[in-house]
Design a protein around this ligand. Structure first.
Ligand code: ADP
Ligand code: MG
Length: 321
């Protein structure tokens, strides 16, 4: 049964921007991600769930109960933002204790829960630190810890890692995923980073200009994008303009290149670039430039300007943009 249900929800700002016809269902213990470019309405949806903005139409339910008339503090949700999450004048301990005090949890129990939570986020000795004395990644861990201490029915995370360095970001993803599955927490996560969405999520909701474009598992979104928009936004994709106005889409890892002729499409090697554990080759064709990912060994057979031909696995056709 769905833990969180957003039903035909609409929120339009005075400017006409916003979100419409939003239908989202998140199962208990599921991590679902809203993915899309800046301005597509991700934060708007999260804020309507958290109660920070009112929706114009539709309903939002947790455990089949409508929550839209509850103020944020009465909702069984907790939200973590991109930054400025902690109270700077309070120690880590006090930041974590605040919500527990409000809930009138007795002191020994508060101590116990805070210590357990700091263990969980791998920061057991940080009780006395102030936010300004910690790295961005550590602060976000504490912010997530604080929201988890409130034991929300649904945890809302709005680009919580996007201000962090790539390496820390990846580490935080893995930690969040572990904690989320261990504790069986229901999460609605927001990011504009398709790699983050693919790595973290049980299901991904791809958004486009205030509407939902596709909902699916990372695998479905990657391998069966329903539109050119999704195909373009997720991963890398070649779009080739065939005769009769057709557009053929193929991912670079699904392009095989061979010397000479014999393949489906002929062309000339344009560039060969070493990218670490694989080689990126581009080929000039009559239908556009094709990017292919090949191995170091394969790349030895080719030089710039060589006549080559290609075969494609797993292609899709779209209407022209
Ligand atoms: N308070 C507001 N008043 C007017 N327009 C807003 C407001 N907040 C967001 N918007 C607009 O609504 C759209 C969606 O914004 P937002 O939900 O913040 O997108 P995202 O989080 O995906 O970047 C954007 O066009 C944005 O400019
Ligand atoms: Mg946003």
């Amino acid at each position: 049964m769905a833990k969180l249900e957003i039903i035909d929800m609409q929120k339009l700002y005075k400017t006409g921007d916003g979100v419409r016809h939003i239908n989202i269902s998140v199962e208990e213990g599921e991590l679902v991600t809203l993915l899309g470019p800046s301005g597509c309405g991700k934060t708007t949806i999260l804020r309507t769930v958290g109660g920070f903005i009112e929706c114009d139409a539709g309903d939002i339910q947790i455990d089949q109960q409508s929550i839209i008339h509850l103020p944020p503090e009465k909702r069984p949700t907790a939200m973590v933002f991109q930054s400025y999450n902690l109270w700077p004048h309070m120690t880590v301990h006090d930041n974590l204790e605040f919500g527990l005090k409000l809930r009138k949890i007795a002191k020994p129990e508060r101590q116990k829960r805070i210590s357990n939570m700091l263990e969980l986020v791998k920061m057991p000795d940080m009780h006395k630190k102030y936010p300004g004395q910690m790295s961005g990644g550590q602060q976000q861990r504490i912010a997530i810890a604080r929201s988890l201490l409130l034991e929300p029915q649904v945890l809302l995370l709005d680009e919580p890692f996007s201000a962090l360095d790539a390496k820390i970001r990846q580490q935080m993803r893995e930690e969040l995923r572990k904690i989320q599955t261990d504790l069986n927490i229901t999460v609605l996560f927001v990011t504009h980073d398709q790699e983050e969405a693919m790595a973290l999520s049980d299901r991904v909701i791809v958004m486009n200009k205030g509407s939902i474009e596709q909902v699916g598992t990372p695998n479905q979104i990657y391998n069966r994008p329903i539109s050119r928009y999704v195909a373009d936004f997720i991963g890398e994709m070649n779009f080739l303009n065939l005769p009769q106005g057709k557009v053929l889409a193929v991912r670079p890892e699904n392009v095989q290149v061979m010397p000479g002729s014999g393949g489906e499409m002929a062309g000339f090697v344009r560039t060969i670039m070493m990218l670490g554990h694989y080689i990126e080759m581009t080929v000039d064709t009559d239908y556009g430039i094709v990017k292919a990912f090949i191995t170091d060994e394969q790349s030895q057979k080719f030089a710039r300007g060589d006549a080559v031909s290609m075969t494609f696995n797993h292609t899709q056709e779209y209407m022209p943009a």
